[in-house]
Design a protein around this ligand. Structure first.
Ligand SMILES: NC(=O)c1ccc[n+]([C@@H]2O[C@H](COP(=O)([O-])OP(=O)(O)OC[C@H]3O[C@@H](n4cnc5c(N)ncnc54)[C@H](OP(=O)(O)O)[C@@H]3O)[C@@H](O)[C@H]2O)c1
Length: 286
C-alpha cells in the first residue's frame, strides 16, 4: 500500500464513539490498522461493544468515560491516554450534545453547556493532545461540524453557534500548527441516518429518510459508516493538504436543498390540484 494512505500502528482518540458516527469511525479506523481510544458519556455498554470490534481487527482499544463539558473530566481522559500510550497521532472531535430549541428561547445555561462541549472541550482536547503529537512528529485533528453553521435548521441555533466557533478554530489551528506537521480539518456531514436522527424524528423517521432517499442528488440517506469513510480518508497523510478548512461531505445534499424543496413542493401542489379538480395534473419535469 502507498504509505500516504497507510494508517497502520497510528493511535487515535475518537470522542463520542459509543454510537453513531463516532462508533463507525472508531471501527473503520481499526480496520485500517489504528489503535483507538473509545469514549462514552453514558453508554458504557455501547462503548465496550465498539472496543470489542476494534480488538477484532487485532488493534488495541481503551475505553474511557468523559464529559467533554467538564474540564476535570477531559483532563482525566487525556491523563489516561498519556499513561497508557504516551502517544497520539489522530484526534477525531466527534461528540456533541445540545438542547434543540429556538435560539431566542435559549437560556444562558443552554449556551454554556453546548459551548462547553463543542468549543471549550474541543480546545482542551487539542491542547492536551498537542505534546503527544509533537513527540510523535505528526498529528491530525478532525473536527466534526454540521450543516447548521451554513443553513437554517430549526432548533439548531445553539449548536450552530458552537460549531461555527469550532470551524473558526479549525482555520486558526491549521495556520498555527501546520509547520509542526500537525494538520487540522473540519468535516461537515449532512443527515446521518443513525440513532440520534431516529430519536429526534421519532415516528417521522422512516418518512423523512424515504424523502431523503427520493430527493438527495445521490438518492441515499447517508449511514454513519458512509460518513466515517470520509473521516478516515481525512486521517491519512494523503489528505494533509486539506488543512485549516471544513469540507462538506454530504453528497451535495445541502447544496441541492432549494431544488429538492421545489420538487417536493410542486408534487404536493400537483396532488392538491388533482384532488381539487379531479383530473390528472400535468406531468412534472424530472
Ligand atoms: N446525526 C446527524 O444527522 C448529524 C449531521 C451533521 C453533523 N452531525 C455531527 O456528527 C457528530 C456525531 O453525530 P451522531 O448523530 O453520530 O451523534 P450521537 O449518535 O448523538 O452520539 C453522540 C456521542 O457523543 C457522546 N456525548 C454526548 N454528550 C457528551 C459529552 N457531554 N461529553 C462526551 N461525550 C458526549 C455520546 O455518548 P453516550 O451515548 O455514551 O452518552 C455519543 O457517543 C456530532 O458532532 C454531530 O453534531 C450529525
Amino acid at each position: 500500500m502507498n504509505e500516504l494512505f497507510d494508517l497502520h500502528h497510528r493511535k487515535a482518540l475518537v470522542t463520542g464513539s459509543s454510537r453513531g458516527l463516532g462508533a463507525a469511525t472508531a471501527v473503520m479506523l481499526a480496520s485500517h490498522g489504528v489503535d483507538v481510544v473509545v469514549t462514552f458519556r453514558n453508554d458504557e455498554q455501547g462503548a465496550r461493544a465498539v472496543a470489542d470490534q476494534v480488538r477484532s481487527f487485532g488493534r488495541d482499544a481503551l475505553v474511557v468515560q468523559v464529559d467533554l463539558g467538564e474540564e476535570a473530566s477531559v483532563d482525566t481522559l487525556m491523563d489516561q491516554v498519556e499513561d497508557s500510550w504516551g502517544a497520539l497521532d489522530i484526534v477525531v472531535a466527534n461528540a456533541a450534545a445540545t438542547t434543540f430549541r429556538p435560539l431566542y428561547k435559549a437560556e444562558r445555561r443552554h449556551l454554556e453547556r453546548t459551548y462547553a462541549i463543542s468549543v471549550y472541550g474541543f480546545h482542551q482536547l487539542v491542547t492536551r493532545a498537542l505534546p503527544m503529537m509533537l513527540n510523535a512528529g505528526r498529528g491530525r485533528i478532525v473536527a466534526v461540524s454540521g450543516a447548521d453553521t451554513g443553513t437554517w435548521i430549526p432548533g439548531h441555533g445553539l449548536l450552530a453557534g458552537a460549531k461555527a466557533a469550532m470551524e473558526s478554530m479549525v482555520r486558526y489551528l491549521g495556520c498555527e500548527l501546520g509547520s509542526k506537521n500537525i494538520t487540522t480539518v473540519g468535516i461537515s456531514p449532512g443527515w446521518i441516518d443513525g440513532d440520534s436522527i431516529q430519536q429526534m424524528l421519532g415516528p417521522l423517521h422512516e418518512f423523512a429518510m424515504d424523502l431523503e432517499r427520493e430527493t438527495h442528488p445521490m438518492r441515499l440517506a447517508a449511514t454513519p459508516e458512509q460518513v466515517a469513510q470520509a473521516v478516515v480518508m481525512l486521517c491519512t497523510d494523503a489528505a494533509a493538504l486539506v488543512n485549516g478548512n471544513t469540507i462538506v461531505a454530504d453528497g451535495a445534499g445541502v447544496f441541492a436543498f432549494c431544488g429538492r424543496y421545489s420538487k417536493v413542493a410542486s408534487q404536493l401542489a400537483a396532488a392538491k390540484i388533482e384532488s381539487l379538480i379531479g383530473v390528472d395534473a400535468p406531468a412534472l419535469p424530472e
